[in-house]
Design a protein around this ligand. Structure first.
Ligand code: ZN
Length: 323
């Protein structure tokens, strides 16, 4: 018995040493590693929408702290900035906006924040699309604010965002440029995978059924890349702020009937009264999608990639009759 007790003590002793050693290593590594995520080294930036903010986060990683101006689930076309937004813009090293007329509130906001904010338009370099659907509006042309601002519904355009974001972050924080380049490459790779996934998903929709009607004209770039026809919208505009006339709605209903459209895709943050009326008149179904905003982390679209996958699944199911 005394022998076994001694053995026991002998084996216990090195374990104590081992634990002390591990603790020492941990403490040493905590104090000697540069605090990459600490406040002193983090670049504070602001993004207009949750979609832009998500891509900035993917490229910036641990070295960037991103605040978002337009809250989740809020319509960015009609957004009115708050005093907190003015403070965020004036304190941000960079303010990222999507651009092409999407954020109508930006000019005034930047002015109210002192006018010296470093604004980066992430869509710079993308050629804007003009509406080429079947519905014509001779009396009320599509607002020509540089074309369709909803560039992000084509992942190839988001690759341009990634490049612009990487460039801006690297210029503002050259110390972490190689990390931004690595993150940008990983994000670009994930966008390539997303694009391939979308192609395989939409392949099940017969070409004759690839007709998209939405609450406002959001899917132009998606239609162009994946072989759809954006037939029209409840609000025949690139913005949700316009009011459709009775003629607009009648023309849309005619198009829905004559082109055998099967679904209207409605943004989660958009009033559905008019869409419900059109759906009732024409017998098509209403399918919920996400348009200008992601969801919170507990929702189905907390990242841009999730948002696209959710919407593509909704579109495929809506146009093929699958549940
Ligand atoms: Zn929109």
């Amino acid at each position: 018995m005394p022998g076994s007790e001694r053995r026991c003590k002998l084996t216990r002793f090195p374990r104590v040493l081992l634990v002390l050693f591990i603790l020492a290593v941990l403490i040493a590594s905590c104090t000697s590693t540069p605090a990459s995520g600490s406040d002193s080294q983090v670049l504070k930036v602001t993004a207009t929408t949750s979609i832009v903010a998500d891509i900035v986060r993917q490229v910036g990683g641990d070295f960037v702290q991103v605040t978002t101006l337009v809250p989740i689930g809020t319509d960015e076309h009609q957004y009115q900035p708050t005093p907190q937004d003015v403070a965020n813009v004036s304190h941000a090293s960079i303010v990222f906006e999507s651009g092409l007329g999407l954020e109508q509130f930006m000019d005034k906001l930047v002015q109210n924040a002192g006018g010296s904010a470093h604004v980066v338009v992430v869509s710079d370099g993308i050629t804007p699309l003009q509406f080429t659907g079947d519905i014509k509006h001779p009396d009320e042309p599509i607002p020509s604010s540089g074309g369709d601002p909803h560039v992000w519904v084509d992942p190839e355009n988001v690759k341009v965002w990634v490049q612009n974001i990487e460039k801006a972050l690297s210029e503002a924080d050259p110390q972490h440029a190689s990390q931004y380049a690595l993150n940008a490459q990983q994000t670009t790779d994930s966008l390539t995978s997303l694009d391939e996934w979308i192609k395989t998903q939409v392949a099940v929709i017969p070409p004759s059924s690839r007709k998209i009607v939405t609450d406002h004209l959001i899917f132009g770039y998606f239609a162009s890349r994946y072989g759809f026809d954006q037939v029209g919208a409840i609000v025949p505009s690139y913005s949700t702020t316009a009011e459709p006339s009775a003629q607009d709605l009648a023309a849309l209903e005619d198009a829905i009937r004559s082109l055998h459209v099967t679904a209207i895709f409605l943004g989660a943050n958009i009033s559905s009264t008019l869409a419900e009326r059109v759906a009732e008149d024409t017998g098509v179904k209403l399918v919920q999608i996400y348009t200008g905003s992601l969801t919170t982390s507990s929702g189905p679209a907390p990242t841009y990639q999730d948002y696209m996958r959710y919407n593509v699944t909704a579109i495929v199911n809506g146009l093929t009759g699958a549940k």
